[in-house]
Ligand binder design. Structure first.
Ligand SMILES: NC(=O)c1ccc[n+]([C@@H]2O[C@H](COP(=O)([O-])OP(=O)(O)OC[C@H]3O[C@@H](n4cnc5c(N)ncnc54)[C@H](OP(=O)(O)O)[C@@H]3O)[C@@H](O)[C@H]2O)c1
Length: 225
């Protein structure tokens, strides 16, 4: 789980640990990683998925610490420019940040862990990559250009990779968790009424349902993109 110390990622780490899964999570802030690791028993890894040099150390700690990997959730995300800005007012670094964290990071981490996922599939387990998307991937919201472009890229990358990885038994899914009351949402829309937003804990329950292997003989499940 990337981004396991806050919002949706934290709710997923807690839920999966409660279900008895062996979980590793990644975030940049050392004290938050230590706190969540201490609270949950999950393996906490300090790293920045937007930094190329961090990817192999993260991947090695995940695969080594867990002894393999069945499910990778690319959840950590950056808004790019914060506060959000119109594209004409967005500098290249703002767009680059969104692409590095939201598109290149998941691409690099998935590549680095693909061998572990194919090994899980060969062992008969349900091997899967869940990439957390957004309605900004498909709707042209003014002010969300860098974030929306990065999420649109991630969504399409996921769809293509899912076709390509079928032969190896690895599924890749994009999941839009809906608007949730989290620090990322507060940074993007500071005046939003929290009462109108979903709870990350509820989105986490839906996402964990998608991780469960289909019952034997069940028809293929449809996944909401
Ligand atoms: N909230 C919403 O309404 C909403 C709507 C649609 C989609 N989403 C998507 O849902 C996912 C979770 O969002 P959220 O709202 O739960 O976010 P959040 O509460 O802000 O949490 C983000 C988490 O990611 C970590 N993180 C951020 N940048 C990172 C980086 N470069 N490397 C490693 N870890 C990093 C953060 O810890 P550190 O800062 O310590 O690294 C934190 O643990 C994101 O993919 C987001 O785009 C959210």
């Amino acid at each position: 789980m990337t981004g396991g110390t806050s919002g949706l990622g934290n709710a997923l780490v807690r839920l999966l640990c409660n279900e008895g899964a062996h979980v590793a999570f990644v975030a940049r802030t050392v004290r938050d990683v230590e706190r969540v690791a201490g609270d949950t028993g999950a393996l906490g890894i300090v790293g920045d998925v937007g930094r190329k040099d961090d990817i192999y150390p993260i991947a090695l700690q995940i695969a080594g610490g867990l002894g393999g990997l069945d499910v990778l959730v690319n959840n950590a995300s950056s808004l790019g420019p914060a506060p959000l800005s119109l594209l004409a007012d967005t500098d290249c670094e703002g767009l680059q940040l969104a692409l590095e964290v939201n598109l290149l990071g998941p691409f690099r981490l998935t590549k680095a862990l693909f061998g572990a996922l194919t090994a899980a599939a060969r062992a008969g387990r349900s091997a899967m990559v869940i990439n957390i998307s957004s309605d900004a991937a498909t709707s042209a919201y003014s002010g969300w250009g860098a974030y929306g472009a990065s999420k649109a890229g991630l969504r399409h990358l996921t769809a293509i990779w899912d076709e390509e990885a079928r032969a190896q038994g690895v599924r890749l899914l994009s999941v839009d968790p809906g608007d949730m009351d989290t620090p990322l949402h507060a940074a993007a829309v500071p005046d939003a009424d929290p009462a109108t937003l979903g709870r990350p804990e509820d989105s986490a329950v839906e996402i964990v349902e998608r991780m469960r292997p289909a019952a034997p003989g069940a028809k293929a499940r449809a996944f909401r993109p």
